[in-house]
Every structure is written in C-alpha cells, then in structure tokens.
Design a protein around this ligand. Structure first.
Ligand code: F0G
Length: 463
C-alpha cells in the first residue's frame, strides 16, 4: 500500500497578520479594565484568539480572486446566482435566500416556525434561535441525549443526537399539537461541537413526519458534521462529502446557516428550503429586515467568497486537515490530564471546568475563572459556556438557575493558527492545572438588562 507522507496543511501561507505579545502585568491590567469579561478585551491584546470560530476564517486565493468578480447590482446580480448554485450543490434544496449572518436567518425562521405557547424542540438550541423563540412566546426545549449533557461521560460517536423518547414525552404530556418545530443543530455547538448521526437525523425526520412537525437544520457547521458521519458511521466511508450533506438535508424542510463557520467567510448567512411557501415568506422578511431577495444584506463580493467557500469546506482534503487539527489539541490536552469533553469536537475543544476546578462551586463561575486564568497567564482568549452564558432566573420564583454543563470552549479558527499556537494553549493549561488548588471563584457584579445575554456585557470580581 502507498504510504501517505502528505499529512500537513493542504495550503501554504501567503499573507500573514502579525500578532502582539504582551506581559503578564499588562494582561492583568487589561483584565481589570474589562471586569474579567473576555468579550470586553481588545482583540489586539490577545495572542491566540479562541473566543470563537465564527467569521475568523482565513480565505483562500480562490475566494479573494472571486471577490474581484463581485457584482454589486441590487436586483438579480450575477454573484447571487453563483451563490445559489453552490448552495443547491451542497444542500440539495431548491430555494436560497441570503441573509446578513446566521442570526438574520434564525430571526426569519423563528417568525415562521416558532409558535406562541408551543414547544420548539432542539438537540441544543443556539442562543439566537432560543432568544427569538422566547420573544415570540414559544417554549424552546433541548432534547439532546443524556450523554451530551454530561461533560464527564465516556467518548461516544454522536453526542449531538436527539433523544426521541424525550420528544415523545412532551407530546404525551402536552398533546399531539404541542410541538411546532424540531431544529437539529449540526454539529451541536453547546455541548462540545458534537455531531449528529445520519441515522438520528433520519429517525427524527420520520418521527416528525408521523406527527406532522416540520424539521429545520441549523447548519453552521454542516461540513464538519458530514466529516464525522463519513469517518464514524457505517456505510459512509466511500461517499463524497456533498453526497453526505445532501442526504442530511433530504430529511429536513428548511436549513438556516451562519456561513461565518463552514462557509469559510467572515460574514454572511443563508436560508435554504424546499418549502415554497416559507421561501416566499423569507423573501418578504428579507426585504424588510435584511436586503433585497438577491443579496439579503451581503455585498456581491461577500456572496462570491461564500459561493467558493461552501465548495472548499465540503472537500476531504480540507476537512481532514480541519478535524485533525482540532483533534491534535484535544489529544495533547488529554495527555496532560486536562479534563475535556470527549471525543474532540468539530470546531473546538471544550474543557470541563467542573473537573478542572472541583473546589469552585458553579455559582462562583469556574469556567469563567479558567477563561480569566488562561488569558492572564498566556494571552490566550477562550469563552465561557457555563453558568454565566446559560444560567438565568426561574421565571416564576426568580431563583437563579444553572445549566448542566460548565465548560470553557477553545474555538479553533479555520486555516488560521498553526499547531505551534495550539501547543501554547496546552502549555498554559498544563501550568494552570498544576496549581489549580490556588484558584478561587468569581462574583458577578454586573449583568446588563437581559439575563439571557449577560455573558456579553457582564462584569466580575475575583474572590
Ligand atoms: N447557529 C449556530 C449553531 C451558531 O453557532 C451561531 C453562531 C449562529 C447560529 C448565529 O450565527 O453569528 O452568524 O449570527 N455562533 C457563534 C459562536 C457566534 O461563537 O458559536 P451568526
């Protein structure tokens, strides 16, 4: 058998962006000024930025050159038709409405599919749909399998799967018409970038069809999910990635996409659907909220870059590099004994702060404390996905509520950092872990007017 010596990045670097190095004293001051909230730091004070994988992609030579062809006409521009063709190729659905970013698509989708007093089921809803659903008076509920809600559970191939028994229970308790939509987020961002299997997508679709419930896929990370299906699910190893994505979307009626992730672009979103009635509705909503039908808030240049990016992201060479880089970080952290969600996800590594700082109780924000330590020691920025982001107040009693997961997400931007950068993260976390007993928790001193959005603006004190 031929041996493969071509296991490095499937690209070379043509343009570089210098990054600033800072001292610990400088970062200590920056943290104080930001009230210990990573969202309030200046990006230029960050050495390796792992806050998000959204809109942070490095574009290819093909994308940059396509941008020069961008056609800026308002109606019927050439760039739209290129984007439409790429989206049809990847999603296998006929109707394409661009939006300015994913949340624009979420907003329009929620107006149509979320209904007051009815349940909107998801594996785990992303914040922007969740917020829209609540504003509309719908009841968003997460029905991911139990293993997906336990950061210490053993590795399992598809921790993003929906547990249909939980969905059935809602129908049994609240009646056959109590659910207005089921939304499958691929991969599942909130519990570790964990994939959803084709078998689960199909089973959810059959269940939904039997109960007359529409299925929507939130497809921000559709290519990463397809790669996990290809490499983990029997019967898919020899399939082309786009055959797999088209099969995934054959089981839904509509997809929304933040193209800032697997679209490999810095801004943009999509609605793709086979429901003509919803397509017409989305055109009208786009005209009033986003932009005309053939641009939806994107410039011709943006649509050109996305048309190319969607195709680049759905190739084996790219995905093998991408998923293996994230796995490299996960494997190295595991070697050092750092507790993470396992297996490694598609777009980042999620450190389990409950096990990292077992002596810090959840109301003292252990994951946020870890974010602060990582920035202070190394200038590396990650993001809290725990008690601050997902905690809240009980609507009836006003008592604080706390989420099942208490994680720090280390998001890995696409085609941006080298493994040397990832090694800095490993070294810093190893150091912090070695003196974990010395850390104390944090106190929330400011949370802004809307609890659900408090993580963006919150202020903390160190205890
Ligand atoms: N859906 C998912 C699954 C997402 O992860 C995001 C954004 C959105 C929708 C909204 O898209 O940002 O383009 O408006 N996630 C980013 C993150 C912000 O850091 O995970 P957007």
């Amino acid at each position: 058998m031929e041996r493969n010596f071509q296991h490095a990045e499937p690209f070379r670097i043509k343009v570089v962006e210098p990054i600033k190095k800072t001292t610990r004293a400088y970062r200590t001051e920056a943290l104080k000024e930001a009230q210990y909230n990573a969202f309030r730091l200046k990006a230029e004070d960050v050495y390796v930025d792992c806050l998000t994988d959204s809109g942070t992609t490095a574009m290819s030579t093909e994308q940059w050159s396509a941008m020069m062809l961008g056609d800026e006409s308002y109606a019927g521009c050439k760039s739209f038709y290129k984007l439409e063709a790429s989206a049809q190729e990847v999603f296998g659905m006929p109707y394409v409405q661009p939006t300015h970013q994913g949340r624009g698509a979420d907003f329009i989708m929620a107006q149509y599919y979320a209904k007051p007093g009815k349940y909107a089921i998801g594996n785990m809803h992303f914040d922007t749909f969740h917020g829209n659903a609540e504003i509309l008076g719908a009841i968003p509920v997460d029905c991911v399998i139990d293993a997906g809600l336990d950061a210490a559970s053993p590795a399992e191939d598809f921790k993003g799967n929906i547990d249909l028994n939980k969905v059935q229970k809602i129908l049994d308790e609240h009646g056959p018409d109590s659910i207005s939509v089921i939304i499958i987020t691929v991969t599942c961002n909130n519990n570790g970038g964990q994939p959803v299997s084709m078998a689960n997508i199909k089973a959810v679709s059959e269940f939904a069809q039997a109960h007359n419930i529409p299925v929507v896929i939130d497809s921000a990370r559709l290519a990463e999910n397809a790669w996990f299906i290809k490499t983990r699910e029997p019967g898919y190893a020899d399939k082309d990635i786009r055959e797999i994505t088209r099969e995934m979307f054959s089981y839904c009626e509509t997809a929304t996409m933040s193209s800032k992730k697997d679209g490999l672009v810095n801004i943009g979103g999509l609605i793709v659907t086979r429901n003509h009635d919803f397509y017409l509705y989305s055109n009208v909503q786009a005209i009033v909220h986003e932009g005309f039908i053939t641009y939806g808030g994107q410039s011709g240049r943006d649509m050109e870059a996305l048309a190319v990016g969607l195709l680049e992201a759905t190739t084996d060479d790219y995905l093998e590099y991408r998923i293996n880089q994230v796995k490299y970080l996960g494997d190295r952290l595991k070697e050092k004994g750092i507790p993470c969600v396992e297996p490694s996800g598609g777009h980042g590594i999620y450190v389990d702060a409950r096990r990292f700082f077992p002596h810090i109780p959840q109301p003292e924000f252990p994951a946020q404390r870890l974010v602060v330590a990582l920035y202070q020691e190394a200038g590396i920025r990650a993001v809290e996905m725990g008690g601050c982001a997902f905690g809240g107040k009980d609507p009836v009693t006003g008592e604080p509520t706390w989420p099942a997961l208490e994680l720090m997400r280390i998001s890995v931007s696409r085609r941006v950092y080298t493994n040397n950068h990832l090694d800095c993260i490993v070294d810093a976390l190893e150091y912090i872990y070695s003196k974990r007993d010395e850390y104390r928790g944090m106190k929330l001193i400011y949370e802004g007017p809307i609890t659900a959005l408090r993580h963006f603006t919150a202020g903390f004190e160190l205890l």
